[in-house]
Design a protein around this ligand. Structure first.
Ligand SMILES: [Fe+2]
Length: 639
C-alpha cells in the first residue's frame, strides 16, 4: 500500500477478502506491506474494521497454534475464525475481532508467520520506500508463494508497472481484494472464474492461468499438410556474351549514374581495371578504385573497403573479380546503405533455411551494385550469399540476404579468356558442386532443376577443353555455366559438400573450389542410398529421392547405365574422370597434409560442417559421426 492509495478502501478490501471463508483461498492476503509515512493510518483503518494487532508474546502463541513443529499448517485451524484461533492460543481479544495481525521485522525462516497462512491472520511490514516495498514483496513470494498472487494498492501507474515487472506472480491485482480478485470475474473481467489458480513454472505448475473448463477439455486438432510458398529470386538484369560489358554499362549507367567505386584485388587491378575505368569515364562517370581485397576475405576486409567507399560516396558499386571480391562488395554495399547491420549476427542458424534468410530493407537507395565475375565458379554475381570469415574464429560465416543480390550481373567471357588453368579447374568444380547440390537439395524445384541440369551439361561438356586448350568457346560456356548454377543454388541452396568444403578450406587453407572437388564424389555416394539413417525434413520434399535424382543427372548427361545404382556409379566415375582431366588431386592426402594433422582437426571439422547452413538442405541429414567418416574417406580418396 503506497501513499497514493485509497487507504480506507484498501483496509476494507483486505478485511473483506481475509474474512471470506476465513482466509482459506490461496489468493487471500497473507502479508501487508505499507510505507512508513502512512503506516499509522493503515493500522487505524484496519483496527476500525476489526483487526487486532497482536503483542509479541501473543504472536508467539498464535504461531504455535497455526503451525506444527515441522512448519506445516495445522488442519484444525484452517477455515476457522480469528476469535476461535485466539481462543485456542489462550488470548483474549475483543468480541468483534475479525482478523489477527502480527507485525514482523522481516521475512523468511526465522519468521514463521511470514509464510502462507490459510487462516485470518496477517503479517504486517512497515518499509521506508517503494523500492523497499517491492524488494520485500519479492522476498515474500520467494519464501512461500512463487508464481501466486500479488496485490498493489496505488494510484501511481509507474509504481504499479514496477510492481508488475519485478514480481514473479501469475496474478498481479491492482486495488483489488485478493480472494475476490484472484478467483476472477467479480472484480475484473479478464481472469477466468476459478478456485484453482495456476502458478506457472515458478510454482512448479504448467500454466499461470486460473484453471477453467477449457483446461479440462480434450481438444483434437486436424492439421493438414501445407506446402510453403517458394521463390525464384535472381538479379533484375543479367548481361552475357563476349564484350557485353560496354553495352551493359551503356544500358545501366550512362546518363543515370555519376560516381562509381570499382572494387577488386591487386591481380585483377593490373589486368582489367584500366579497361573498366576507361569505359566508365567515357560515359562521364567519376571512377575511384579500391584494389586491396584479399582472397578468402574476413569481415575486416569488408570494413576496410567500406571506409574507402564511404569516402567516395558512390552511386554505383562495381565489383570486378572472383567470389571473394564479389562477397566483400556485397558486404560493402549492405553496410554502405545500412550501417547498423551487424554482419556477424546476420549469419542465422535456424533449422528452417527460410528463417536463415536475413531480412534488411531493400538496397539501392544510395547505390546500385554491378557484379562482374572474373572466374567461372562461385556464381556470386547472381546469389544472395556472402561467405566471409569471422575475423576472430576464422570460421566461414554464410549470410543469406536476397537484398544483396547484385542489381546487375555482367557475365562477359572477356574476363576469363586468360584465366590461369589451375583456376579454371578449381572454379569449374565449385560450379559443378553448386549444380549437383542444388539438384538434390530438398529445396530443388521445377524452377531450379533446369538451371542445375543445364549448368551440369555445360560443365561436363566444356570444362576439359576450357582447361586444356582454353578455347574461347569453352571458356564462354563455362562462364555461363557458373552463373546458371549460381541461379539454381541461389534458390535451391546447397548440401553437405559445401558444409565440408567450407570448414576444410578454412582449416587447411584450401581454395574453395578445390575443397569442393575433394569431397564431392564422397557426398554423392553418401546421399545416393535408399535407407538414409535420417532425412532432412521439408514439406515440399515428399520422399527421399536422392538416388533417383542423381540417376536423372546421369541420364541427362548421357552416361548410360540401366539401374539407378549403375547410373549413380557412372555419375561418380564421370566426376572422378573430370577431376583427372583437369589435373585435380583425388584425395586430401595428396595435398601433403599429414595424417596426424588431419585427424587432429577431424572432430572440429565434422562438428563445424554439421552446423554449417548448407547441411540443412542436404537430403540426407547427417550424424556428426557420418561426416567424420566422409572426411576420412575424402582424405584417402576412397569413394
Ligand atoms: Fe561454392
Amino acid at each position: 500500500i503506497d501513499e497514493t492509495a485509497d487507504i480506507r478502501m484498501a483496509a476494507n478490501y483486505i478485511l473483506m477478502s481475509k474474512t471470506f471463508d476465513w482466509g482459506i483461498l490461496c489468493c487471500a492476503e497473507s502479508t501487508i506491506i505499507t510505507l512508513k509515512s502512512i503506516a499509522d493510518r493503515v493500522r487505524r483503518e484496519l483496527e476500525k474494521l476489526g483487526a487486532y494487532f497482536l503483542k509479541p508474546d501473543e504472536a508467539k502463541a498464535i504461531e504455535n497454534v497455526i503451525f506444527t513443529e515441522d512448519n506445516r499448517i495445522r488442519s484444525d485451524v484452517v477455515g476457522v475464525s480469528a476469535r476461535k484461533i485466539a481462543e485456542l492460543a489462550g488470548i483474549k481479544v475483543p468480541p468483534d475481532t475479525r482478523v489477527l495481525v502480527v507485525e514482523l521485522p522481516d521475512v523468511g525462516r526465522g519468521f514463521r508467520l511470514s509464510a502462507e497462512k490459510l487462516v485470518p491472520v496477517l503479517a504486517f511490514h512497515v518499509v521506508e520506500s517503494v523500492d523497499e516495498a517491492i524488494e520485500k514483496c519479492r522476498k515474500v513470494l520467494e519464501y512461500d508463494g512463487l508464481g501466486h498472487t500479488a496485490i498493489v494498492y496505488s494510484k501511481r501507474r509507474d509504481v504499479i508497472e514496477r510492481f508488475y515487472y519485478a514480481l514473479k506472480a501469475s496474478r498481479i491485482l491492482v486495488n483489488t481484494p485478493g480472494s475476490f480478485g484472484g478467483v476472477g470475474d467479480i472484480f475484473n473481467f479478464k481472469l477466468e472464474p476459478s478456485m484453482t489458480l495456476g502458478c506457472g513454472t515458478w510454482g512448479k505448475n504448467i500454466v499461470t492461468d486460473n484453471i477453467g473448463p477449457k483446461h479440462l477439455l480434450n481438444i483434437k486438432r486436424v492439421v493438414d499438410r501445407r506446402e510453403n510458398m517458394l521463390w525464384l529470386k535472381v538479379p533484375p538484369r543479367i548481361y552475357f556474351r563476349y564484350g557485353c560489358l560496354e553495352y551493359a554499362f551503356n544500358d545501366e549507367l550512362k546518363g543515370r549514374r555519376r560516381n562509381a567505386i570499382l572494387l577488386c584485388d591487386p591481380v585483377i587491378y593490373s589486368l582489367y581495371a584500366k579497361r573498366v575505368r576507361d569505359i566508365l569515364e567515357d560515359m562521364g562517370l567519376d571512377v575511384h578504385i579500391y584494389y586491396r581485397i584479399k582472397p578468402e576475405p574476413s569481415i575486416d576486409e569488408v570494413v576496410k573497403a567500406l571506409e574507402a567507399t564511404n569516402e567516395v560516396k558512390p552511386d554505383t558499386i562495381v565489383a570486378l573479380g572472383g567470389g571473394s571480391v564479389l562477397d566483400v562488395a556485397k558486404g560493402v554495399w549492405l553496410l554502405y546503405e545500412q550501417p547498423k547491420v551487424d554482419l556477424r549476427s546476420a549469419s542465422l542458424r535456424f533449422m528452417d533455411i527460410r528463417k536463415r534468410v536475413y531480412r534488411v530493407e531493400p538496397l539501392g537507395r544510395k547505390a546500385i551494385m554491378v557484379a562482374i565475375p572474373t572466374t567461372s565458379g562461385t556464381g556470386s554475381e547472381v546469389t544472395p550469399f556472402l561467405v566471409l570469415k569471422d575475423s576472430d574464429s576464422k570460421i566461414k560465416l554464410t549470410i543469406v540476404a536476397y537484398e544483396v543480390t547484385p542489381t546487375v550481373a555482367v557475365v562477359d567471357p572477356y574476363f576469363v579468356e586468360k584465366l590461369p588453368k589451375r583456376l579454371v579447374a578449381v572454379s569449374g568444380f565449385d560450379a559443378l558442386t553448386h549444380a549437383l547440390e542444388a539438384y538434390v537439395s530438398v529445396y530443388a524445384t521445377e524452377f531450379t532443376d533446369p538451371l542445375a541440369l543445364q549448368a551440369l551439361k555445360l560443365i561436363f561438356r566444356y570444362l576439359p577443353e576450357s582447361y586444356e586448350k582454353g578455347t574461347l568457346e569453352a571458356r564462354e560456356k563455362m562462364h555461363y555455366a557458373a552463373t546458371i548454377a549460381g541461379m539454381a543454388f541461389a534458390n535451391a541452396f546447397l548440401g553437405v559438400g559445401h558444409s565440408m568444403a567450407h570448414v576444410l578450406g578454412s582449416v587447411f587453407d584450401i581454395p574453395h573450389g578445390l575443397a569442393c572437388a575433394l569431397v564431392v564424389s564422397q557426398v554423392v555416394k553418401y546421399n545416393a542410398v535408399w535407407k538414409p539413417l535420417r532425412n532432412t525434413a521439408f514439406p515440399q520434399y515428399k520422399y527421399y529421392s536422392a538416388p533417383e535424382r542423381y540417376a536423372e543427372i546421369a541420364d541427362y548427361l548421357g552416361l548410360g547405365g540401366k539401374t539407378v545404382e549403375e547410373k549413380v556409379m557412372r555419375l561418380i566415375e564421370a566426376i572422378n574422370d573430370l577431376k583427372r582431366k583437369v589435373g585435380l588431386p583425388m584425395s586430401i592426402k595428396e595435398l601433403g597434409i599429414s595424417e596426424d594433422k588431419f585427424m587432429e582437426k577431424l572432430d572440429f571439422m565434422a562438428e563445424t560442417a554439421f552446423n554449417d547452413q548448407c547441411t540443412s538442405t542436404n537430403p540426407r541429414h547427417p550424424l556428426i559421426s557420418e561426416l567424420k567418416e566422409l572426411f576420412i574417406k575424402a582424405y584417402y580418396g576412397e569413394v
